[in-house]
Write a protein that binds this ligand. Structure first.
Ligand code: MIG
Length: 804
């Protein structure tokens, strides 16, 4: 098994070298000048001298789409798996023509199109200041100069757009990248790849989210280059003047978002590519995994240890060895003779069971494996161009993959999950969906695989990067059909933009070392800035050997990550919370328990992410966009607007520097008050992760629990942290945590305001909103740092109390 890993790593390194070849976009053929244009209700179409067409569509006052087709008209077919919303109500916009240019303008955003050469500037409609400008006309590889670097030169022509690089411009986003927060001077490739043990800088890795943010002088814009071919983003590594993005085929097709606030952009991006639905509340609970726990007795033993040691736990995982000979949708009859009895038994202890599902279906033509038989009968499996069945080699040996671009195939695959739901399985973990193939991890063996793709019968070059998105969609929709009164829980490794509609994600096969741990913060925050709010990493790392210190520090980041799961590889060393002795176990227990106490706060920020697209796990720059000190600060993070965390991702540390932005801050542990706008040094012995609460907020928390739903959330404690004027407020969000009823208003929002009046505080609770009734319970208000408090019953009606 170790050998397999080494071979895999070697194979992928080889491919990375090829991909990192430099591409000179100045040598590509530029689109021709504008000869004339036509206007429609939604925008304009430019006709170019070389027969090319460019279309600008106004979708919203802050969102304009640009589509270009080189030397031919824009095709009638317009489809993307990433897009959730097509029916935009066109806002008011106008058009101004001059001899040199054509300008289209909304209330907020202007696109100024210079006719010759064809260059597009985006400007603020009020100030007419340039936000982003073409550095050269959009271009394409007319001569086939880039054929040698392309995955499949016959699948399309390289297309590119180049923009001027601002002197002090910073770049963010691009999904899952093993890189720092600010992507300026970086060069990135998107090609979903199985990259076990990836180190910082390794690129590409599992996911493709071709969406980035630019920020200069405090104002931000976003560009979503919706093209699923292998794509490239150069944020100024190859030139000091230019950034560019391009892809090995498909259309030049991008959406331009104007902020100026990043939060607005993320909101719009979620309008376009979809909002994350709320997962079940238990998905925020602590999770334990291992490659692999078996037989059933071993699974029970791990759960027993958790309970005996008073360590909270909500979810346990079955990795690939639960299957009968790696056949998806089956259980090994010896290892798991009675899966329903097992899941029932675990559920009685509050623990839900999640299983892994790989895309590789065992190739078993001789019969006796109904999944294979049904897939053949329905013709759901991928084929090569020749018509021959495509046989990747994955865990079951010779296998087949489903063509998830086919609606019937997705439906069939989703329905297959009945084999799990009827056995009490609570969620699905989709892995290997790049899709990995041991024959060639770069996708070479899949080059001539054809996907139905809405009748286009298109290439692997086009479809690889959306494979995982569509598999996750099939899984999510299947679970939603099978259990309509439960929120689906799906986890994925690979992805394309839009994945947030269907799945949570984790950052794959990390190393169990400090460098990998330090990557957690920039990776989670970057994913959050890319429209993926529900993210996490294997706590303790996946490959290698953790020790107690690394594991404890890893928990100190993980306990605030949305997806919170300890997981480790097959040949590695155990790293359950108790494996390094009592000293470390006690520290880990403290953070596990704190996680559960903070669930009301975490769930409130998760709901904000669901509703607005603004992630819960944030870089400071998202909350302090005007503060340049935060622009590449990636060893600190925030949860929502209110909790600032400065974790330690190095060994032997007992103190660290922390940057506090402007305002009042309170040390979470000591309540010591600080005035921000400066760096401070704070103690950070192994027991402590430095945390600070923003003055002006109120943090809701609940009682200790061993699992979600163990007991009523009673009392809810509101910890009040006054600002310089003695004010603080918050709005708590709650619902039943399990059903989709929240989408119909079955939730409760409770707003709490506190203000200092002379020597006392007045705390008032507004009448709650929404129809969810949590039952009788108390609210406990505590003024920090004085610790003076008062308790009232929550009646859902407005009430106020004085604290002296
Ligand atoms: O490379 O299913 O990233 O979490 O434990 C092995 C076995 C395939 C890779 C996943 C990892 C999982 C493992 N899988």
């Amino acid at each position: 098994m170790k050998r397999t890993f080494l071979i895999l790593i070697w194979l992928v390194c080889l491919s990375a070298r090829v991909l990192s070849q430099e591409i000179d976009v100045t040598r590509l053929k530029k689109i021709g000048p504008v000869t004339n244009f036509t206007k429609t209700e939604k925008g304009i179409t430019l006709n170019c001298l070389d027969g090319s067409q460019v279309q600008l569509t106004v979708l919203a006052p802050d969102l304009i789409r640009v589509r270009a087709s080189f030397t031919k008209p824009i095709p009638a077919k317009d489809h993307s798996w990433a897009i959730a919303k097509n029916d935009w109500a066109t806002p008011a916009w106008s058009i101004i023509e001059s001899p040199d240019s054509i300008t289209i303008a909304t209330e907020q955003l202007e696109a100024v199109i210079q006719r010759s050469p064809l260059l597009i500037d985006f400007r603020d409609a009020r100030t007419h200041k340039i936000i982003n400008a073409d550095e050269q006309p959009m271009s394409y590889d007319a001569q086939g100069e880039l054929r040698k670097i392309m995955f499949d030169p016959d699948a399309g022509k390289f297309v590119a757009a180049a923009k001027k690089l601002g002197f002090d411009e910073h770049f963010y986003g691009l999904g899952e990248k093993a890189a720092r927060l600010d992507k300026r001077r970086g060069f990135f490739v998107n090609w979903n790849s199985d990259t076990p043990g990836y180190a910082p800088g390794r690129d590409p890795i599992y996911q493709t989210v071709p969406f980035y943010l630019g920020l200069e002088n405090g104002a931000a814009y976003g560009i979503f280059f919706d093209n699923s071919y292998r794509s490239y983003f150069d944020f100024g590594r190859l030139s000091q003047e230019r950034i560019w993005f391009g892809a090995e085929g498909g259309e030049m097709n991008y959406y331009f978002f104007y902020g100026p606030s990043i939060k607005n952009i993320l909101h719009r991006y979620a309008d376009l590519t979809g909002y994350m639905p709320l997962p079940p509340l238990w998905a925020l609970g602590a999770q334990q995994c291992r490659y692999s726990y078996y037989p059933a007795l071993m699974v029970e033993e791990v759960v027993r240890q958790y309970r005996e040691r008073d360590l909270p736990l909500d979810v346990i995982y079955l990795d690939i060895h639960y299957m009968n000979g790696y056949r998806v949708f089956t259980f090994d009859p010896q290892r798991f003779p009675n899966p329903k009895a097992l899941t029932d038994k675990l559920l009685k202890q509050g623990v839900k069971t999640v299983v892994i599902v790989d895309p590789g279906v065992k190739y078993q033509p001789e019969g006796a494996y109904s999944v294979f038989d049904q897939g053949m009968a329905g013709d759901y499996f991928q084929r090569r161009k020749s018509g021959q069945l495509f046989n990747p080699r994955v865990w079951p040996g010779d296998s087949v993959f489903v063509d998830y671009t086919r609606d019937e195939a997705r439906r069939w695959w989703g329905d297959l999950h009945r084999a799990y739901t009827e056995n009490g399985i609570a969620g699905i973990w989709t892995d290997m969906n790049e899709p990995a193939d041991f024959v060639d991890q770069t996708g070479g063996n899949q080059r001539d695989v054809v996907s139905y793709d809405e009748g286009e019968n298109s290439t692997h070059a086009k479809n690889r990067n959306v494979f995982a998105l569509l598999m996750a969609r099939a899984t999510y929709e299947g679970l939603a059909r099978l259990q309509p009164d439960r929120r689906p829980f799906v986890i994925t490794r690979a992805a394309y933009a839009g994945i947030q509609r269907y799945s949570t994600m984790w950052t794959g096969d990390t190393l169990s070392n400090w460098e990998a741990l330090a990557l957690n913060v920039p990776m989670f925050t970057t994913l959050g800035l890319s429209g993926e709010p529900f993210v996490g990493s294997d706590v303790g790392g996946f490959i290698g050997r953790a020790d107690g210190e690394l594991l404890a520090r890893s928990y100190q980041i993980g306990f605030l990550a949305p997806f919170f799961r300890n997981h480790h590889a097959i040949d590695g060393y155990d790293q359950e919370p108790w494996r390094f002795g009592k000293y470390y176990e006690d520290i880990i227990r403290k953070y596990l328990k704190l996680r559960y106490q903070l669930l009301p706060f975490l769930y409130t920020t998760l709901e904000e992410a669901h509703r607005t697209g603004v992630p819960l796990f944030r870089p400071l720059m998202l909350n302090y966009q005007d503060d340049p000190n935060t622009y590449n600060l990636d060893d600190q993070f925030m949860i929502g607007n209110d909790l600032l965390v400065a974790p330690v991702a190095k060994p032997d540390i007992t103190s660290r520097l922390v940057y506090l932005p402007k305002g009042i801050w309170y040390d979470y542990w000591t309540n010591k008050k600080y005035t921000g706008g400066t760096m401070i040094r704070v103690d950070a012995p192994l027991e402590i992760v430095p945390m600070f609460v923003r003055g002006g907020t109120i943090i809701p928390s609940g009682p200790e629990m061993r699992y979600v739903g163990e007991k009523p959330v009673d009392p809810i404690t509101f910890a009040i942290y006054p600002d310089e004027n003695g004010l603080a407020s918050t709005t708590l969000y709650e619902d039943d945590g399990i059903s989709p009823a929240y989408q119909r208003g079955v939730f409760r929002r409770t707003t709490v305001n506190a203000k200092r009046v002379g020597a006392k505080y007045v705390v008032s609770v507004s009448a709650s909103q929404g129809s969810y009734n949590p039952g009788p319970r108390r609210f406990n208000f505590v003024i920090k740092p004085s610790a003076r408090s008062a308790t009232v019953s929550d009646m859902g009606s407005s009430t106020s109390v004085e604290i002296r």
